[in-house]
Write a protein that binds this ligand. Structure first.
Ligand code: NAD
Length: 252
């Protein structure tokens, strides 16, 4: 493979959407940092990228932990070079109706999605500013528009959209774009957990949701990865502050 173009960090990349994004950015020619809670969980994805001829580094870090984030981003810069692509994808759900939602359910979701995206972006932006180039892609969700049982998650994912637009305003002058992808229903461990919480089989859950998706199929992690890949491109530099719903149909 030719020399990697850029160093890309993908958070929450040990599985699901993040794993697909990591593979896609590696295929696009970037060196990819597979960052997730435990380094050993990242190693499988990093090894697969390396085996396919790419360049990958597994890094264990909790995105909501300031010291861990600073150490992880420094390690990336030392070992691979300045990270100039960042995909804030790490996420959790702690679903419950409002009257049953605990403060811990609320804080944990805010901690990973919002605090995590903030800490990772703040740590990476200095390398992007120095390079005069950067691509930040934040993973929001169709739940930002409201979703029963997800007051915490919907608020966090709507917050991600405001965060995205603000970074686009602040960082644009340094050659840094910031955009957001907002997936609809994507088959992953996260949506399997949702079906379980609702007490229905995953197949039943999927079929009900698909009946309302115009393209008539569930989303795959690779569908989201394709949208992230577009925002990360060199020639997407005039596209910033956007929210792209990846949901098989229009959402607003
Ligand atoms: P997933 O649960 O399969 O994967 C999430 C990954 O994030 C896991 O590997 C997990 O270990 C990691 N993670 C969680 N907390 C972390 C932390 N504090 N630090 C580092 N890593 C952490 O979920 P997924 O379906 O692949 O979702 C990925 C992203 O896409 C999330 O932000 C999610 O909210 C969003 N999303 C998913 C869907 C969907 O339908 N699956 C829809 C819209 C948005």
């Amino acid at each position: 493979m030719s020399t990697p173009q850029r160093v890309a960090i993908v958070t929450g990349a040990a599985r699901g959407i993040g794993e697909a994004v990591a593979h896609r950015l590696a295929t696009d020619g970037h060196a990819v940092v597979v960052l997730d809670l435990l380094e050993k969980d990242c190693a499988r994805v990093a090894d697969a990228i390396s085996a396919a001829g790419g360049v990958a580094l597994a890094v264990g870090a909790d995105v909501s932990d300031e010291a861990a984030v600073e150490a992880a981003v420094s390690e990336v810069a030392d070992r691979l070079g300045p990270p100039t692509i960042l995909v804030n994808n790490a996420g959790i759900i702690r679903d419950n109706l409002l009257f049953k939602m605990s403060v811990s359910d609320w804080d944990q979701v805010m901690g990973v999605h919002l605090r995590g995206s903030f800490l990772m972006s703040r740590a990476a932006q200095k390398f992007m500013v120095e390079a005069g180039f950067g691509r930040i892609v934040n993973v929001s969700s169709s739940s930002a528009l409201g979703n029963r049982g997800q007051a915490n998650y919907a608020a966090a994912k709507a917050g991600i959209q405001g965060f995205t637009k603000t970074l686009a305003l602040e960082l644009g002058r340094f050659g840094i774009t910031t955009n957001s992808v907002a997936p609809g229903f994507i088959e992953s461990d996260m949506t399997r957990a949702t079906a379980e919480r609702l007490g229905v089989s995953f197949e039943e859950f999927r079929d009900t949701l698909v009946s309302n998706i115009p393209v008539g199929r569930p989303g795959a992690p690779e569908d989201v990865a394709a949208a992230v890949s577009f925002f990360a491109r060199e020639d997407a530099g005039f596209v910033s502050g956007q929210v792209l719903y990846v949901a098989g149909g229009p959402l607003n």
